[in-house]
Design a protein around this ligand. Structure first.
Ligand code: BGC
Ligand code: CA
Length: 361
């Protein structure tokens, strides 16, 4: 299923002709990559921080799919992945290194969204196609050059879906309003400030809940920088301050939600007597397990499998391989790939588990 779609012979001939045509245009269009006859390519990938669980999934999936399609594409790709360890300066040096060493394509997960501008200028000067992912450059930057691309998800959609899961769970009988004061007291663990996914996920989650007639009362909102230990520390502070007055824990991602669950366990929750609804985003393994065992109400799948496939699909196009048919369900529109989210609850958690099974092989 994750293989190339096999085609009949007529289509093969068409593909062959298309490849020839592509090869011709590619030479003009791309000066670095796609030089006629070139079979070996170097791809440089920077990730903002290797400690980030979700980014780790994306990195591994991209490496997996690059390798999977090499033979079919008849090329060899050397992938170098560099960890920018949350340092903009280090990331800039890493980009300079890719340029100096004549890399053919850059895959960029920026430390700061605002850095995209500088990376685009450098890539354009060196004529190196660049695919940004997960950290979305601002639209003005994306317009700077036509050989830059973005693969990501809609932050609004993830937030909305979180709200919808909660509304559905309430409709199915979950009583959130423990103290029966007509309001839902919540805490919100946010991602890194400045990240498109932090502000928008929060805003749209609360909006959906309010649109459905719930009165939401915020007890605390803080940034846990996407990290589990920070989510845990934040939850400890709130539990000290508000105790069981908290009626729900909302989190911009799974890792911070899982950190909050660790804190909740230490404060006596999930031991059969006390329970707390917690929801995240991403669909990482540990969250899927938490959904199965009832410590998480749900999550939103930030489809890393599909995102990795889109990145790899575009990457092959950038090096002039246009005849690969990868089974992606996302269309490219104006250099953007917007991958759809999916709601995950106890009912469908099984179907999502296959996503990470590739990584465990
Ligand atoms: C994910 C987070 C991740 C962040 C990194 C978000 O889309 O939901 O888990 O830490 O991207 O940029
Ligand atoms: Ca209440």
């Amino acid at each position: 299923m994750r293989r190339y779609v096999k085609k009949g012979s007529i289509l093969l001939i068409i593909t062959f002709i298309a490849t020839l045509l592509n090869a011709c245009t590619a030479v003009n269009q791309y000066s670095n990559a796609s030089q006629a006859g070139k079979k070996e390519f170097k791809v440089g990938m920077v990730i903002y921080n290797a400690e980030d669980t979700f980014i780790g999934y994306l990195r591994d999936m991209v490496a997996y799919y690059i390798e999977l399609y090499e033979e079919e594409a008849g090329v060899q790709i050397e992938l170098e992945v560099l960890d920018s360890a949350n340092s903009e300066e280090l990331q800039n040096n890493q980009i300079d290194h890719f340029i100096k060493e004549g890399y053919d394509v850059i895959l960029a997960n920026t430390v700061d969204r605002a850095d995209a501008s500088m990376i685009i200028d450098k890539a354009q000067r060196a004529k190196i196609d660049t695919i940004f992912f997960n950290r979305e450059p601002v639209p003005q930057d994306m317009k700077k050059w036509d050989r830059i691309y973005y693969v990501g998800t809609s932050a609004e959609e993830a937030g909305r879906m979180q709200g919808e899961i909660l509304v559905e769970t309430i409709n199915n009988g979950l009583a959130l309003d423990k103290n029966k004061d007509g309001k839902i007291q919540y805490v919100m663990i946010e991602g890194e400030h400045g990240h498109q996914d932090a502000i928008l996920r929060t805003y749209h989650c609360i909006k959906v809940l309010e649109e459905n007639g719930l009165k939401m009362e915020n007890l605390g909102t803080d940034s846990g920088s996407w990290l589990k230990n920070e989510g845990k520390a934040m939850m400890e502070t709130w539990l000290e301050e508000f105790g069981d007055d908290i009626e729900i824990v909302l989190s911009n991602n799974d890792d911070m939600a899982l950190g909050a669950i660790e804190a909740l366990k230490e404060y006596g929750y999930f031991n059969g007597e006390q329970w707390m609804p917690v929801i995240g985003v991403d669909g990482v393994d540990e969250a899927l397990e938490a959904i199965e065992n009832g410590t998480m109400i749900g999550t939103i799948l930030n489809d890393y499998d599909e995102q990795a496939k889109c990145i790899v699909y575009k990457l092959y196009q950038c090096i002039g391989v246009n005849d690969l048919e990868i089974d992606i369900s996302t269309e490219e529109k104006d250099n953007y790939f917007w991958v759809k989210h999916k709601k995950v609850t106890k009912e469908n958690v099984d179907t999502v588990k296959k996503h990470t099974s590739i990584l465990k092989k």
